[in-house]
Design a protein. Structure first.
Length: 425
C-alpha cells in the first residue's frame, strides 16, 4: 500500500515547529528505569502472596508499553489492530471457534477448524493469525492454534455475548460521537433521545427501548446486555464483604419488627445483589424488597424466598417508608443530573431522619489517576445514554439539592467502584 503525502516536513502551527521524527521515537523513554523497578517490586510482592499487587503490576506494565511504544506504533494499534481484532473475535464467536478450542489441550489446525465450522480455510487462517498476534489464541505452529485463558473464557456465552452486544448497541454510536459533538458545538449530550446513540443507529428510540426489543435486527440484544453486565460485575470487591463497608453496623441499628424493611433494592433488576446479600448475611432482620419494572420481574426464573419482588417505577412515589437502607446499584449513571435528582427525591421523601440510609454503588471517578475502566464507561454512558460516571464533586451536586448529604464514600484499594453512604441532611 503506497500513500502519497505532500507534507513530509515539519508540521507548523503559527511559530511552533513540530519535528516529525517524534512519531518514530519512544513516547517517554526517560520513564523506563523507574518503571522497570516498579515492575520488579510488584512482581515480587505478587509472588509473595500479595494479591493487590496484581493490579499494580498490570497498570505499571501498561505504563511501560505506553512509554516505550512510538506514537506511530500507537496510531497503528488503535486504527488497525484493535478494530480488526474486535471484528475478528465476533466472527470466531459466530463460528464457535472458541468453544471448539476450549474443549481440548491439543492445538488444532486451521484446516481442522475450517472443516468443523464450514468456513473457508484461507479466510479463517488470516483471522486467526491476527488474533494470535493480539493474544487471543496461541500460535503453536504454521496454521495451528491452541487455547489460553482468554480463548477458554470466550467459549462461555456469558462472556462472548459482550461482542455482539457492543456491536448492537454501542459501536455505531461511538463512531457517531465526533459528528454529533461537532454538530452540537462540542457540548455534552443531556437528552437520551438526542445523542450519539440516536445519530449512530438512526433511531428515535432511547437506548433502553432499543434493548427491550424495538430493534428487530438485534432480537437477542437485551439478553446479551444482561450477560455483559453480569460479566462486568463478576469478581469485583463487594460492599457486602466485611472489609468494604461495615454491614454489621447497619444490621445492629435496624428495627426487628415483622413489617420492618431492612433494604429496598431500587431498580434491582433480577435480584442478583439481594441474593448475594442474603447469602452473606443470612440473619439480617426485616424484609428485603426488590423493585423493578414488571417485565424485568416477570423474567426472573427463581428468587430466594427471603426476597419480596415489587413492581415499582423509581420516578414515582416510593411505597416503602422508613426502610433501614435504600440501595441503588449502577442506576444513576444511566441518567442525566436532573433525572437523578427526581429519582433521589422520591427516596429522600420516605427516609427516616437518623435511621434510614441511602447506599449508592457506583463509580466515583478520582480527580487524578482515574482507571481506564471508569473513564471508558463514562464515555459509553455519554454516547449511549447522554449520562455520565461522576466525580465526587459531581455526586455532591446531584445528591445535596434533594435534601441528602454524603456521610462517607467507601472505596477498596482494588476496586473502581465505590459505595456512597448518604443520610437526610
Amino acid at each position: 500500500m503506497t500513500i502519497n503525502n505532500e507534507s513530509n516536513g515539519s508540521a507548523t502551527n503559527g511559530a511552533a515547529i513540530i519535528d516529525p521524527r517524534v512519531a518514530t521515537m519512544p513516547s517517554a523513554p526517560e520513564k523506563l528505569a523507574h518503571l522497570q523497578k516498579e515492575i520488579e517490586t510488584h512482581s515480587q510482592a505478587y509472588s509473595n502472596g500479595d494479591t493487590d499487587a496484581r493490579l499494580k503490576l498490570l497498570e505499571t506494565a501498561r505504563s511501560l508499553v505506553q512509554a516505550m511504544e512510538t506514537p506511530q506504533e500507537t496510531m497503528l494499534r488503535y486504527c488497525w489492530a484493535q478494530p480488526t481484532a474486535f471484528a475478528s473475535i465476533e466472527t470466531c464467536i459466530d463460528l464457535g471457534i472458541f468453544f471448539i478450542l476450549a474443549q481440548t489441550n491439543k492445538p488444532k489446525t486451521v484446516a481442522e477448524l475450517a472443516a468443523t465450522t464450514g468456513a473457508e480455510p484461507e479466510l479463517l487462517g488470516r483471522i486467526m493469525k491476527h488474533l494470535a498476534t493480539m493474544g487471543v489464541f496461541v500460535e503453536t505452529g504454521m496454521n495451528e492454534y491452541g487455547r489460553n485463558g482468554l480463548t477458554t473464557t470466550l467459549a462461555m456465552k456469558r462472556y462472548n455475548d459482550a461482542w455482539p452486544c457492543i456491536t448492537g448497541c454501542t459501536l455505531p454510536a461511538a463512531n457517531a460521537l465526533p459528528t454529533w459533538l461537532k454538530k452540537n458545538d462540542y457540548r455534552s449530550p443531556t437528552d437520551g433521545k438526542d445523542c450519539p446513540f440516536t445519530l449512530g443507529f438512526k433511531t428515535d428510540c432511547h437506548f433502553f427501548e432499543f434493548l427491550n426489543g424495538k430493534n428487530p435486527d438485534y432480537p437477542e440484544l437485551g439478553a446479551q446486555f444482561n450477560n455483559l453486565m453480569s460479566a462486568y460485575h463478576q469478581g469485583r470487591p463487594s460492599w457486602m464483604d466485611g472489609n468494604f463497608y461495615p454491614v454489621q453496623s447497619l444490621i445492629d441499628g435496624a428495627k426487628t419488627g415483622d413489617e420492618d424493611v431492612f433494604i429496598v433494592d431500587v431498580g434491582g433488576n433480577k435480584g442478583h445483589d439481594l441474593e448475594e446479600f442474603i447469602s452473606k448475611w443470612p440473619n439480617t432482620p426485616g424484609k428485603l424488597i426488590l423493585q423493578d419494572q414488571p417485565q424485568v420481574l416477570e423474567d426472573i426464573e427463581s428468587l430466594n424466598t427471603a426476597i419480596t419482588p415489587m413492581v415499582h417505577d423509581f420516578y414515582e412515589e416510593q411505597p416503602i417508608k422508613g426502610a433501614r437502607a435504600y440501595f441503588l446499584h449502577s442506576v444513576l449513571h444511566d441518567w442525566n443530573d436532573e433525572t437523578c435528582k427526581k429519582i433521589l427525591s422520591q427516596l429522600a421523601a420516605v427516609m427516616t431522619p437518623g435511621y434510614s440510609k441511602l447506599l449508592i454503588n457506583e463509580n466515583v471517578v478520582p480527580n487524578t489517576g482515574a482507571h481506564w475502566q471508569a473513564t471508558s464507561l463514562d464515555l459509553i454512558m455519554m454516547i449511549d445514554l447522554a449520562a455520565k460516571e461522576r466525580t465526587e464533586q459531581q455526586w455532591h451536586e446531584v445528591i445535596e439539592p434533594v435534601g441528602l448529604k454524603i456521610t462517607k464514600i467507601w472505596t477498596p484499594l482494588d476496586s473502581v467502584e465505590s459505595l456512597i453512604e448518604c443520610e437526610l441532611a
